[in-house]
Design a protein. Structure first.
Length: 503
């Protein structure tokens, strides 16, 4: 997900030029829905279009101004017309607003090419997402609103620039969030390390958050933004900084595509999501609850963002989303997008590719070498050999069956009070799920057979996979039990049906 690195178009102004443009534009253009002004009079007003040129002249560092002025003016004029018409149709107090922002001098085609080009998943990596177990969290005790920013687990808005690295910002944002929740430390992490070092993704050409989570796990952690700062271009991996594993994660989970599952996931932590960000009214978004002209087809996903909360306004539910286009886009870098719709994957398909990292403990402290022994100290004596432990004895399951010593006997077929057929559960002191072929570990005693999960408590919605019992070994009462080394185990798997990874 993200945007392809392209050469700058003639119409693209630098950020400083565009700020000068907005300052020179009349207040009605910059801060109001433009309803009081007619389209013809506004487009003929010299101050409106002349301010575009004045903004260019006012900044000495704007290169190739004359060459780009004609294209940029045309884009600006068309976008201004669109803004007036779009806001003119808006009902007061509802919907979203569009206006002049940092992308106002880009055509929508140029905007898509610079920021939203697509990247297909490599075939040999598809198994990663396919093998992830999808979390189907359909019910939870969710408060009416939640903003993780107010809980101190969200870093400041960042800017990916013209590099299509939105996937890396969504990844680091999710890891920053869960690390702050678990450890209490909010640490800004390095997107550039992912761009440079994660070979499973494509740097400024795009990527996929699940692959990035997998890379962080395999690498043992990720460095800070301060030590490995963002440059906005593809670079060579700094091997020394790659070994600075300041924050680590233990795993990651994919979220079911429903609004309720995404809500329950967001209650736990900030969530990485993909979406279609190619619509013109999203390019020029300045505020309100977005429910615009984007596609709700998961195959059109081309951007990655971070859900940091949710709320409601005028009986309309929305997600609070952190973008990576800087604070001079949207609402200081954030946007609201409508939730709880009838769309199968949500507005802009924002429900379709949701995932989050998991973390159970703080990152390990950097290891330091042990101090060298004193030259005067004699070498320590060799340790006394520990005698081998006695061989474990199999578990006796009645008179005619037994299980390995580290497994639990579970009755499969019972007549009256007598068990005719026993099965073995792979866990010690396991819980045998009633009327089922499955069992659970002792510390996850609640069997959710329908979902195939073992839960710690009634409020646990994650749990661990239930295990299927295998038939116990048979014996005669007068024979000695012989434990066999070969066991048969079948763990339930849930497979995600992945979409093409977009940039």
């Amino acid at each position: 997900m993200g945007g392809k690195k392209k050469k700058k178009y003639h119409g693209r102004l630098t950020g400083r030029c565009l700020k000068a443009l907005v300052r020179c534009t009349t207040p009605s253009l910059a801060s109001t829905p433009l309803l009081p002004v007619t389209l013809t009079s506004l487009l003929r007003r010299k101050a409106s279009l002349k301010s575009f040129g004045n903004g260019e002249k006012g900044i000495g560092r704007c290169t190739d101004v004359q060459r780009r002025r004609r294209r940029g003016t045309g884009n600006f004029k068309r976008n201004l017309k669109y803004i007036i018409e779009k806001n003119g149709k808006k009902t007061t107090g509802s919907g979203h607003r569009v206006g002049l922002n940092k992308f106002a001098d880009l055509s929508n085609e140029e905007f898509r090419e610079l920021y939203l080009s697509k990247v297909k998943k490599p075939i040999n990596r598809r198994s990663i997402a396919r093998d992830r177990r999808q979390r189907n969290l359909q019910a939870c005790d969710a408060p009416p609103s939640l903003d993780w920013r107010k809980k101190g687990v969200v870093t400041a808005v960042k800017d990916q620039g013209d590099c299509g690295s939105c996937w890396s910002f969504s990844t680091t944002g999710a890891i920053e969030g869960i690390n702050a929740i678990v450890s209490g430390d909010l640490i800004s992490l390095s997107e550039q390390e992912l761009v440079d070092c994660d070979s499973t993704n494509y740097g400024c050409e795009g990527g996929y958050m699940d692959y990035a989570f997998e890379w962080v796990i395999d690498n043992g952690g990720i460095d800070t933004e301060a030590n490995y700062p963002y440059t906005g271009v593809d670079g060579t991996c700094n091997a020394t900084k790659e070994e600075m594993r300041v924050v680590s994660i233990d795993g990651y989970e994919d979220v079911n595509e429903t609004d309720s599952a995404l809500l329950c996931a967001t209650v736990q932590q900030p969530i990485s999501v993909g979406m279609d960000g190619s619509a013109l009214d999203f390019q020029l978004y300045t505020g309100g609850i977005y429910d615009g002209d984007c596609s709700d087809d998961p195959n059109d996903i081309d951007h990655a963002v971070l859900i940091v909360g949710y709320g409601s306004e005028n009986d309309e539910d929305y997600w609070i989303v952190k973008n990576s286009w800087g604070t001079d886009w949207g609402m200081e870098g954030y946007f609201y997008i409508k939730r709880n719709t009838d769309l199968p994957y949500g507005v802009c398909a924002i429900n379709a590719q949701a995932s989050y990292p998991t973390k159970e403990s703080s990152a390990p402290s950097p290891t330091s070498p042990p101090p060298p022994p004193s030259p005067l100290s004699p070498p320590p004596p060799p340790p006394t050999p520990v005698p081998p432990p006695p061989s474990p004895q199999p578990s006796d399951c009645g008179d005619f069956a037994f299980c390995p010593s580290d497994e639990t006997c579970c009755c499969i077929l019972k007549v009256s009070d007598y068990c005719l057929i026993y099965g073995c559960c792979q866990y010690e002191n396991a819980v045998c799920c009633a009327d089922s072929a499955y069992c659970c570990p002792g510390d996850y005693p609640i069997c959710d057979v329908e979902e195939g999960l073992c839960l710690k408590s009634q409020g646990d919605y994650l749990g661990v996979p239930a295990s299927k019992r295998h038939v116990a070994k048979h014996k005669f009462p007068w024979t000695t039990m012989e434990e066999k080394t070969k066991t048969e185990q079948l763990v339930l798997h849930w497979k995600r049906n992945p979409f093409d990874a977009m940039r």
